[in-house]
Design a protein around this ligand. Sequence first.
Ligand code: OAD
Length: 276
Amino acid sequence: MELERQIEEAATYIARARKLVAFSGAGVSAESGIPTFRDPGGLWDRFDPLELGGGDIFTSIFSGARVPQAAVDFVSEMVAVLERARPNPGHYALGELERMGILRTVITQNIDNLHREAGNTKVIEVHGNIFRMACMICGNRIMLEREELFAMGRELVEMLRAGNIQGIVRVASKCRCGGVCRPDVVGFGEPVQEMPRAISEAQSADVLLILGTSGMVYPAAYIPEYAKRAKARLVEINATGCYFQDLVEVGMVGKSGELLPRILERVKYLRSYSVF
Ligand code: OAD
């Protein structure tokens, strides 16, 4: 019953919103088969991020330095998992909220491109996007198609396993300048992307949806606080608990792929009858 009441409350805030912004984390993609980082059995439960080498891993790979076996296993798992992943009902509900003119921006920590695949067009990816390559020589950015990315990913994994540096360099030389490209994602110790734009979107929101994030990684985790200080109403959905309890008006414990479509249905209903 409590959950029903919370769904109604969240839907009412959203239906009335002039500018809804969503802030998402790995939990939103969990129902697409991508493991989260900090849940039991999650990526950081099985891999030590320090051992993976943060952003330096790319320099190591292309310079012929020894790549830790854990990093090869991590890349291999991510290529397989991301290749299978498709948007889930939570992503599609956000796409629909944008088409309805309610959701203006998605600020995400996810690199999986699933918000865009589900129809969101204004997506700020503060930790980058795995489909985008960055040339390590000239800085040029290249967006790859799904097929191209995963063909390259599979080939890279093979070369990494074989320790074939020349092969790796050949596969990754994607830039028009001939330079080697790395995925344009943020590793530990590297600066986040587009944070000023993300902050400004959060500050101009009147409702912020916080979805599937443990709020442990800064500066991204400051986003809800920026929105709150600018007087936004905050609604949180998380499968294991409320991590922004002190800030939110509504804190729902449940899966985003189940709750967002239910909230969307209520928003449609309220909009169709109301004065909002
Ligand atoms: P975490 O793994 O820290 O948190 C994911 C949250 O999603 C957890 O609190 C889960 O309870 C929740 N969750 C799991 N399944 C869910 C579901 N179906 N619906 C709703 N919630 C669900 O992931 P993030 O907070 O995104 O950074 O982690 C932030 C950053 O830490 C990542 O972007 C990554 C990582 O280090 C970089 O790689 C730079």
